[in-house]
Design a protein around this ligand. Structure first.
Ligand SMILES: [Zn+2]
Ligand SMILES: [Zn+2]
Length: 616
């Protein structure tokens, strides 16, 4: 699915990485370069200015000005080739040890990707068998770089860019290696597109969930509890609860039954499942003072649910068996990678596992796709799906016939459910094909959210069976699904999507009553309305403070309360009122004036039916 515009943008961004390196080399001639790839919306380059020098954002103006010169010169990007040993000699002569290391890896293993290389050999001198004979270089003016390309024709053809930030980055991501500086830039085809992107970032800053989390008192962190372990306040807990209840109601309607498992397990379980080998270093280990068994905090729920499935003999008539649970898993993420709710160590999932006969997979997956669509439609986010399929390599486990059928089923379901989707060959998990859903938020950013994953491997590893109609034992297919995914991560997305202006059914505080004075009548009346609202299940409060009405109304605005009702002499005598509706809320029909009872019941109905527009 090559898109010429995307390809050109890629070449532009990559060329800008070279242009930035060109500029930096002119300004700091001794600079040593690491890698300079294209990333989302732009590019970066890792540089090492030596022990005594450091780049800062104050240097960006100078670097950008030098880059502008390179661009104005419009010199061609010239490709050349060197035998790999000559290239290594070139890197040595030019004082580029990082490039030298990359070239040695390339020569020995045919790749420079640290994750694909033998750790023991990484960064050593290549001797013996040679995987790569020649390597390519690109030159723009006075700067030459080891590179595979592609590039734009000349330095003048790179669109609009801006340097954004500089961060520390260990060489090859390993903290034992020297720390370099990573300079990020963004780039787009036109100045207008760059402007739009920068405006979006400004808006994103205002909506930052960490900032709003504080302002709206939703969650906190405590040094005593530890990083990556968010604590949710009463208001934040309402958010979690409302979103979870919604996801759970969809599960129930689709025939899922709730199960419940403990948060620790013997590590054996993860050895059987195969997760120990893959995720061993992400596990929190727990010690018993009583037995010598080793325990871990669960990093996922599937192996536990499998044990419930395996606890009874199952017949073809029992399937599909569908379990769901909203529960927390724990992963020992690196401290440096934690951030707000986006990346945490206690991850709450709205997880489900269905065990189905092969002929039932379509029905199960169809139900899950519908549930995902219902939830995101209600939240006002549009969805796109990536169908992650296998390629021809041998890294996939399970019968090829099962794979082919499952992939055909998924494709067909995506079409019949009118999902916007694309296929990604080679992106499947080793255990089965999957659907990854991406939701677009209010400012156009796409976030990976729900997943539906087929699994042919865990049933095998755990020896899960059912008795088929002909009496033979058969393996069920397992279908994993999370609709919200990680609730913490989802909240980081959702808080920013709404900018904290939650719809009625999610809002921690739905109605705020404001008294005009502290007189007995007023206070009593407000108290009566408060009780009525609570009886209807509303999240309602009274502001009876000694402040002016104007100040109280502004306060309610700051807290982004959907409905505010002022209670004064007129309201008390007539028992009628006009609610103030939060400005962003779309009104479908306005009432001039209504009695309190009618108002409270309408809000309760709106909340129950999860409306996105108000009729008040
Ligand atoms: Zn390049
Ligand atoms: Zn699972």
């Amino acid at each position: 699915m090559a898109d010429p515009n995307q390809d050109n943008l890629y070449a532009m961004r990559h060329s800008l990485a070279h242009i930035m390196a060109t500029a930096i080399q002119r300004l700091w001639p001794g600079v040593k370069f690491g890698v300079g790839p294209v990333v989302e919306n732009g590019f970066y380059y890792d540089v090492d200015l030596g022990p005594d020098a450091k780049l800062s954002e104050d240097d960006f103006e100078k670097i950008e000005a030098e880059m502008a010169k390179v661009i104005a010169d419009n010199v061609p990007f010239e490709r050349s080739q060197k035998p790999v040993d000559e290239a290594i000699a070139w890197a040595k002569e030019n004082g580029q040890p990082y490039k030298e290391e990359l070239l040695n890896d390339l020569k020995r293993a045919g790749t420079t990707l640290a994750k694909d290389l033998d750790a023991a050999e990484l960064g050593t001198i290549a001797e013996g068998d040679v995987q790569v004979e020649n390597v390519s270089f690109y030159k723009d003016g006075d700067f030459t770089d080891l590179c595979r390309g592609p590039h734009v024709e000349s330095t003048g053809k790179v669109g609009a860019f801006k340097l954004m930030r500089v961060a520390g980055a260990y060489w090859r991501g390993n903290e034992k290696n020297p720390q370099m500086q990573r300079i990020y830039g963004v780039a787009f085809g036109t100045p207008k597109e760059l402007r739009q992107y920068l405006d979006m970032l400004e808006e994103a800053k205002k909506r930052d969930h960490r900032k709003l989390g504080k302002e709206l008192d939703l969650f906190v962190f405590s040094d005593l509890v530890g990083s990556g372990l968010p604590l949710f306040t009463p208001r934040g807990t309402v958010l979690r609860e409302q979103l979870t209840l919604f996801a759970e109601s969809l599960r129930r309607e689709s025939g899922f039954e709730r199960v419940s498992v403990p948060h620790i397990t013997k590590t054996e379980l993860y050895k059987v499942s195969g997760h120990w080998d893959k995720f061993g270093d992400e596990l929190f280990l727990v010690e018993s003072q009583e037995t010598s068994d080793k325990f871990a905090l669960k990093p996922m729920n599937c192996p536990h649910h499998n044990q419930i499935y395996a606890s009874l003999p199952r017949s073809y008539r029992d399937l599909p068996l569908k379990y769901f649970e909203t529960t927390t898993v724990y992963r020992d993420e690196k401290t440096g990678e934690l951030g707000g709710l986006s990346r945490v160590r206690s991850i709450t999932q709205d997880d489900s596992h269905a065990y189905a006969r092969p002929d039932q997979v379509a029905e199960v997956v169809a139900g899950l796709i519908t549930d995902v669509q219902t939830l995101y439609l209600t939240l006002g986010m549009s969805l796109r799906a990536r169908l992650s399929f296998r390629d021809d390599s041998d890294k996939y486990l399970g019968e090829p016939k099962l794979w082919d059928e499952a992939q055909a089923t998924i494709r067909e379901l995506a079409q019949t459910n009118q999902l916007e989707f694309f296929e990604a060959t080679g992106e499947a998990a080793f255990y089965g094909p999957k659907i990854d859903f991406m939701a677009t938020d209010a400012i156009g950013r796409e976030h990976q959210v729900a997943t539906v994953q087929l699994d042919f491997v865990q049933p095998e590893r755990f020896g899960l069976e059912y008795t088929a109609e002909d009496g033979t034992p058969q393996r069920p297919v397992m279908v994993h699904c999370a609709i919200l995914g990680s609730i913490e991560r989802f909240l980081s997305v959702y808080i920013e999507h709404t900018a904290g202006k939650f719809p009625i059914w999610v809002a921690p505080e739905q109605v705020r009553l404001i008294t005009v004075n502290q007189e007995e009548d007023t206070v009593a009346f407000a108290g009566k309305i408060l009780d009525q609202g609570k009886t209807l299940g509303l999240r309602i409060s009274v502001d009876n403070s000694n402040e002016s009405v104007g100040k109280k109304i502004r306060d309610a605005e700051v807290w982004k309360v959907p409905y505010t009702v002022v209670i004064g002499v007129k309201e008390i005598s007539s028992e009628r009122m006009i609610p103030r509706v939060r400005k962003d809320m779309e009104v479908i029909a306005t009432h001039p004036e209504m009695n309190f009872d009618e108002f409270l019941k309408t809000v309760a109905n709106e909340s129950k039916s999860r409306v996105t527009k108000t009729s008040l």
